[in-house]
Design a protein around this ligand. Structure first.
Ligand code: ZN
Length: 283
């Protein structure tokens, strides 16, 4: 199953079109994307039995009309240095524990929009994003995938000047400017994915590939992240985990490269989806 947020209403996306969930369920499930995940198991059972043709799908909404799949998650986790080559280009050793920060929820955005460039050095980070489907506490790694509702594409846009300025780094704030956490276009449930532990992901700027990696190279794969995080905190339905970025960010280049006015960033996870964002100077 694939889900999209069309202007604040969650819909099931089929080959034939988009099915508004509140309408198709006669109000049994709300339109608000933030409320569905609290009832994920019940919802998934209902959606699996839905007669898609009888639900009269509407033509696919354009990507520019899509919002973030969850709008008010209780928690957003983001993992730093989770690919060896990215740790190396960042000048760090391979971590023994996943470095964890947050992207504040007001930075969430949809899969296609303009992103205004704040002052500083604006960098890109393609990431696989996992969305939690049921409450998780002290989860075993072997069971961890069963706590994931689905996967989507994410960008961990980062302002490097503030991120790395002292006396202590400012990861969370520097990565939470408006629209710095775009996700989408679709939430893809795991039954639609051949091997969720080995997905190709990357991004390009104005058509030039800058990142191209595979999630099989994650130092801490998704199940290990769920297990480790859930030993410290409770994970709630709708929470997001940005799992980390492969090599090829602007910070790690010689010379360093950052996004400028007019740049178009295309971000993909093969088999999951593709996003496109244009960067514009502040007016
Ligand atoms: Zn990141």
């Amino acid at each position: 199953m694939r889900l999209v947020n069309i202007q604040g209403r969650l819909a099931i996306r089929t080959a034939e079109g988009d099915i508004d969930i509140e309408t198709a369920s006669d109000g049994a499930f709300p339109a608000d994307p933030s409320q569905i995940f609290d009832r994920w198991s019940e919802f998934h059972t209902w959606a699996s039995g839905l007669d898609a043709a009888a639900a009269q799908p509407a033509p696919h909404a354009p990507r520019s009309a899509l919002g973030p799949l969850v709008t008010r998650p209780r928690q957003i986790f983001a993992i730093g240095l989770n690919y060896r080559a990215h740790a190396a280009e960042s000048g760090h050793a391979v971590p023994e524990h996943p470095p964890t920060f947050t992207k504040f929820a007001s930075s969430l955005a949809g899969p296609e929009c303009d992103i205004t460039l704040p002052t500083g050095d604006i960098d890109w980070e393609v990431e696989l994003v996992a969305l939690i489907g049921r409450e998780a506490r002290n989860v075993d790694e072997a069971d961890a995938w069963s706590y994931i509702a689905g996967l989507t594409v994410g960008q961990d846009i980062s302002e490097r000047a503030a991120q790395l300025s002292g006396p202590v780094p400012q990861f969370s704030l520097a990565k939470s400017h408006a629209n710095f956490a775009p996700i989408g276009p679709e939430l893809v449930t795991l039954d639609e994915i051949d091997n969720p532990d080995d997905l190709e992901l990357g991004c390009s700027i104005n058509g030039e590939t800058v990142q191209d990696g595979r999630t099989s190279h994650l130092i801490f794969p998704v199940p290990e992240l769920v297990a480790r995080l859930s030993r410290v905190v409770t994970l709630y339905p709708g929470d997001l985990i940005f799992t980390g970025t492969p090599a090829g960010v602007g910070l790690g280049r010689n010379p360093q490269r950052y996004l400028t006015d007019g740049d178009v960033l295309t971000t993909y996870v093969r088999g999951v989806g593709e996003m496109q964002h244009r960067f514009v100077a502040a007016s």
